[in-house]
Design a protein around this ligand. Structure first.
Ligand code: ZN
Length: 231
């Protein structure tokens, strides 16, 4: 069944078949899928051999749902260092170092490689997939655990990664920033001194009042030292 995906014609036929099935039968799969939003799972090492074994119904459902070419994905994961080591993704990466894998759900859709790895191993996708090894490109399911987004944020903050990412994205380093950190500092001082409205400052600097409001409340353009990691 999976081998068929590597043949373009077979893929087309399979998609046609899939679509006609979807049209004629009710979406029972969604209803029967378990809800894992709040579960945290720290697996042993089932993923190491997961792909060598026959796929479970859950794993196949995951592949079908996201239209993933599982064999191609597995070829992009470097397992040469052994079962317990990190398995780096050798395909495309985003600026933060996370692997990106194209999936067939739509022409432009891609998924984070570690999310694909988790889904292929366990047959479901939790809200967030976190790395125990703190290695963004790692796709060893044994190094991954699922949780909620809140847990992921806390985990990232604990590891100091969150602060580093934010520091790169905030303030004048943000790709859309029109004001320098110096401008922001001056705006804040000027506003706190009184006698000028946020709207007036916005017009003066050619930005929205919302932007000024954020600066005044210290939400954006905080000093770089606020973000630095002490570890
Ligand atoms: Zn790892």
């Amino acid at each position: 069944m999976i081998a068929a995906w590597s043949q373009p014609h077979a893929r087309k036929r399979a998609r046609k078949r899939h679509n006609s099935q979807a049209a004629s039968s009710p979406p029972h799969r969604l209803a029967s899928r378990p809800h894992h939003a709040d579960t945290v799972r720290t697996p042993g090492n089932p993923g190491a051999c997961a792909m060598a074994k026959k796929l479970s119904a859950k794993q196949q459902a995951f592949i079908d749902e996201y239209k993933i070419n599982a064999q191609r994905f597995q070829r992009l994961v470097d397992r040469s260092s052994g079962n317990d080591a990190c398995w780096p993704f050798t395909g495309a990466k985003d600026p933060a170092g996370y692997g990106r894998y194209h999936v067939g759900r739509s022409r432009s859709s891609s998924m984070l490689s570690h999310r694909v790895a988790f889904g292929l191993a366990y047959g479901y996708l939790p809200e967030a997939v976190c790395h125990q090894c703190d290695n963004p490109e790692c796709c060893n399911p044994a190094h991954l655990f699922g949780g909620t987004r809140a847990i992921n944020n806390r985990d990232m903050a604990d590891k100091g990664r969150c602060a580093r990412v934010k520091a790169a994205l905030w303030g004048e380093k943000h790709h859309q920033a029109r004001l320098t950190d110096k401008d922001a500092e001056a705006i804040k001082t000027r506003y706190l001194a009184g006698g000028v409205s946020q709207r007036a400052l916005a017009t003066q600097h050619g930005v929205s009042q919302r932007t000024i409001n954020k600066i005044v409340r210290g939400i954006s353009f905080r000093k770089q030292s606020d973000h630095e990691v002490t570890t």
